[in-house]
Write a protein that binds this ligand. Structure first.
Ligand SMILES: Cc1cc2nc3c(=O)[nH]c(=O)nc-3n(C[C@H](O)[C@H](O)[C@H](O)COP(=O)(O)OP(=O)(O)OC[C@H]3O[C@@H](n4cnc5c(N)ncnc54)[C@H](O)[C@@H]3O)c2cc1C
Length: 341
């Protein structure tokens, strides 16, 4: 059995199988609903239920407070329909251009770039390409139906390998394996491209790029895309970590600052120790943006990484710095730990 989903204001329609989430069906149909974590934690997919019946699977209270649910809001990544349904959501243009595909991939290289970060280079089957937008991510399909998401760190034109930046989360299902038994030539299955975090190339607004930890990966793809197209948009990259070694590609950022027009790099460290001899900015990375750019009304912001950083940035940039709410684009790197909390 399947139900008809109608999206307003566009009027686009797609069908959703019984028991399937509305987001899943939209991705399958190439309809651009906004989304991020796909597991009820980040709230990027929030919209309004105008008509019909749905129920919600497990999600975080902070992503959809009961009060908002009573007002008719819904998280489409964990909402399943029980009738034909009409929803209201701001669609993302361009997302349906590249089909979402499943394919095997071979690990070509594993490069350790910090104690707890590796760059994984993935080779696709011969004659296969994965077309994607700079900033999107793939999911590894693991055993027992489990999945883990990783953002592509390369821009689409640099497609000899797909490169991922993976941080070890001790006790984690996938990254424990990456940092212990995984080796070159291993085969994994992936699905992609996914996500609505990508460079909006139809805008000429100056950009603030905000990365925390491996949130640098999709931000790197954005910068490489701008360099590739010769974009003249002013870019300020803020990259935050606890210790200087967390900014595992600082030299690359400094090279961009020296070679790209209109590019500025601000590294920010929150927990520098005397032995680090850190001379740069201290504190929380999103606070550094607020201090430097109290008026963000003319900007676009792209933020990626730790959920707490992304949430703080979204809240404070809009409330304190006049950033238009719809000019904040983000992927929050949620994990099992966030879902359990
Ligand atoms: C859109 C998106 C893009 C992402 N991109 C990247 C990226 O480019 N790079 C990157 O490094 N990460 C990225 N992530 C995060 C990534 O998907 C994984 O969540 C992360 O790597 C951890 O995976 P894991 O299987 O090792 O750990 P998990 O199994 O998810 O566990 C994570 C941590 O939680 C703990 N934990 C597990 N279960 C529980 C529980 N029930 N209660 C309490 N604690 C628990 C574990 O011990 C571990 O420390 C992204 C996430 C999203 C949503």
């Amino acid at each position: 059995m399947s139900f008809q989903i109608t999206v307003q204001p566009s009027g686009r329609q797609f069908s959703c199988d019984e028991g399937e989430t509305i987001l899943n069906a939209a991705v399958r149909a190439g309809v651009g609903l906004p989304y991020g974590c796909k597991n009820g934690a980040c709230s990027s997919c929030k919209g309004k239920l105008l008509d019909g019946e749905i129920s919600h699977g497990a999600h975080q209270e902070k992503a959809l407070p009961v009060k908002e649910e009573q007002q008719g809001f819904a998280l489409f990544c964990c909402a399943t329909p029980h009738s034909d349904v009409t929803i209201e959501v701001r669609e993302v243009a361009g997302i349906g251009d590249f089909p979402v595909r499943k394919m095997p991939t071979r690990i070509a290289k594993i490069d350790k770039v910090a104690d707890d970060v590796v760059v994984l280079s993935l080779q696709l089957p011969a004659n296969e390409r994965l077309q994607f937008l700079a900033g999107q991510y793939i999911e590894f399909m693991l055993r027992d139906g489990k999945r883990r998401s990783y953002s592509m760190a390369n821009a689409p034109h640099k497609d000899e390998y797909l490169t991922l930046h993976i941080r070890h989360m001790p006790g984690g299902l996938f990254t424990d394996q990456v940092f212990s038994t995984m080796k070159e030539r291993d085969i994994l299955r992936l699905e992609g491209p996914l996500g609505t975090f990508f460079l909006r190339e139809d805008s000429d607004k100056p950009m603030v790029l905000l990365a925390s930890g491996t949130g640098f990966a999709p931000i790197k793809a954005l910068v490489e895309q701008c360099a590739h197209t010769g974009s003249q948009r002013p870019i300020t990259l803020y990259w935050g970590g606890r210790r200087p070694q967390d900014l595992y590609m600082m030299a690359l950022c400094e090279e961009w600052a020296n070679t790209l027009p209109n590019f500025k790099f601000v590294p920010v460290i929150s927990n520098a120790q005397p032995e680090d001899q850190w001379q740069g900015r201290n504190g929380f990375v999103h606070q550094a943006v607020i201090d430097d750019l109290p008026d963000l009304s003319a900007y676009q912001v792209y933020a990626c990484g730790a959920p707490i950083v992304v949430e703080s940035a979204q809240r404070d940039f809009v409330a304190l710095c006049k950033l238009p709410a719809d000019e904040f684009y983000a992927d929050s790197f949620t994990s099992e730990a966030d879902l359990a909390s």
